[in-house]
Design a protein around this ligand. Structure first.
Ligand code: TGC
Ligand code: FAD
Length: 389
């Protein structure tokens, strides 16, 4: 197979610092060496490759933008490039890193006490403790404001009841960031540890998407935790602040999947002969490749600009919504187009596009569906929130 060539039509490399390029290239090499040769098998068997965790930690990918506590403290753009490279390998591996960093380490860093930060963050950066993030419930996905999970205060403890659904890393996790209603009915955040009485997890098997990732239900049945495990934030802005971090990373991650598919589509189209010439010489096939290249280039420009704004603290949630919505829905389209260009070969594990296509169906749904982000942007334009009718 030809070595991977990352497409950079608008010379974005010129806009990256040497450090950002070095970080990207070391993650790229890790993905080529440790992930690409094996990921088809993990996916086929429905297996998350836990053996990758020490290597991912060594590369500084866990909680990468956090300063101190054993974290790498890299720029938002470098973090985005890490996500891009990991998702070139598989969305499930990028999901693992996103959840650990953006959805678990970030809230501990942003809303935790010094004691909580010192207890969890250094071990999470080393991959010795794994986290998950419980916001979605069986009856409340796009609308987490309806959540029913409760956290009742009893003396020096909180008693949690309810369940969280579709939770990435749930069955692997040593700790869960859980969002539940307190005695005043306000959404509050808690750190629940595996082994806390009344806390259990159940893995969701038989998925056709994100098969190299663990997805679970979290169950709280009079689960008792010390009051000191509460996070210092109230209201939905707590979990939504975490989602901003993760959605930003996903907007870069999706580019990695797109770039992998584009590379595969171009190589295949140039070598596959039908009607006595390579299929790349047919105009209809060229049109598909041109659309992919154009979308990828626009997505790269969007992600890079957003990364630079984020480093200056000037990004907004609506900008992040646009990047997540656009880059993921385009990546899904590119994976489907590549699958089409590869004909029957596109349905086998010998090629990546089928796996990316099935993974991206989930990525388009989680962290706010494509249409929820469309409505976020619709509200931004018109001032009218259309979610509730
Ligand atoms: P709304 O009334 O608009 O806002 C409630 C409060 O939150 C604030 N807020 C935000 N703050 C920070 N960032 C954002 N993006 C924010 N959006 C809203 C807002 O200012 C307000 O604050 P305050 O102080 O006034 O109380 O909330 P709403 O209930 O109307 O919700 C609107 C909507 C639909 C956009 C929201 O519910 C939404 O985003 N829904 C999608 C749910 C979602 O994305 N779930 C993701 C679950 S986690 C996951 O999928 C992980 S996958 C991980 C992986 O494997 O990679
Ligand atoms: P629903 O909210 O029921 O939406 C179904 C359809 O209705 C969608 O097309 C949606 O766009 C549409 N819809 C809903 N409301 C509107 C509206 N107002 N207007 C127009 N259309 C609307 N959650 C976590 O908390 N933590 C995790 O780690 C996590 N990991 C996940 C991993 C995977 C593999 C998956 C698939 C999901 C994960 N999720 C996680 C859950 C994810 O965030 C939700 O699936 C997502 O928010 C959508 O919720 P839902 O599936 O209940 O769909």
């Amino acid at each position: 197979m030809k070595p991977y060539e990352a497409v950079d039509f608008m010379k974005l490399d010129d806009l990256l610092s040497d450090e950002e390029k070095m970080i990207r290239d070391s993650v790229r090499a890790f993905v080529s060496r440790e992930i690409i040769p094996h990921v088809g098998g993990w996916y086929d068997r429905g297996e998350f490759p836990k053996q990758l965790i020490p290597g991912l930690a060594e590369l500084g990918t866990l909680g990468a933008t956090i300063q101190g506590y054993g974290c790498a403290g890299v720029s938002s753009t470098a973090y985005g490039l890490i996500m891009q490279e990991l998702e070139r390998g598989d969305s499930g591996i990028r999901s693992f890193v996103s959840v650990q960093g953006a959805l678990c380490m970030y809230p501990i860093h942003a809303f935790g006490t010094e004691e909580q930060k010192n207890k969890y963050l250094p071990k999470m950066a080393k991959g010795e403790l794994i986290g998950c993030f419980g916001l979605t419930e069986p009856d409340f996905g796009s609308n987490p404001a309806g959540m029913r999970a409760t956290a009742r205060r009893e003396g020096g403890e909180f008693v949690l009841n309810g369940s969280k659904m579709w939770i990435t890393n749930g069955g692997l996790a040593h700790l869960a960031i859980v969002w539940a209603r307190d005695d005043e009915g306000k959404v509050a955040g808690f750190i629940v540890e595996r082994g806390d009485p009344g806390f259990s997890t159940r893995d969701i098997e038989k998925k056709f998407s994100l098969k190299a990732s663990v997805t679970s239900e979290l169950i709280f049945d009079n689960c008792r935790i010390p009051a000191s495990r509460q996070l210092n934030v109230k209201g939905l802005k707590g979990p939504f602040a975490c989602l901003n971090q993760a959605r930003y990373g996903i907007s870069w991650g999706a580019l990695g999947a797109s770039m992998a598919c584009y590379d595969e589509a171009v190589n295949y189209a140039k070598s596959r002969v039908q009607f006595d010439k390579p299929i790349a010489s047919h105009q209809l096939v060229q049109a598909k490749l041109v659309e992919m290249l154009t979308d990828i280039t626009l997505g790269q420009l969007l992600a890079l600009r957003l990364g630079r704004l984020k480093d200056q603290g000037q990004e907004t949630a609506t900008m992040i919504s646009m990047a997540k919505m656009n880059n993921v829905s385009k990546a899904l389209k590119h994976a489907r187009a590549t699958r089409d260009i590869l004909g029957a070969s596109g349905i086998t594990f010998e090629y990546q596009c089928g796996r990316h296509m099935l993974n991206l169906e989930s990525v388009n749904t989680y962290e706010g569906t494509e249409d929820i982000h469309r409505l976020v942007l619709g509200e931004h334009i018109t001032g009218i929130p259309a979610f509730r009718g």
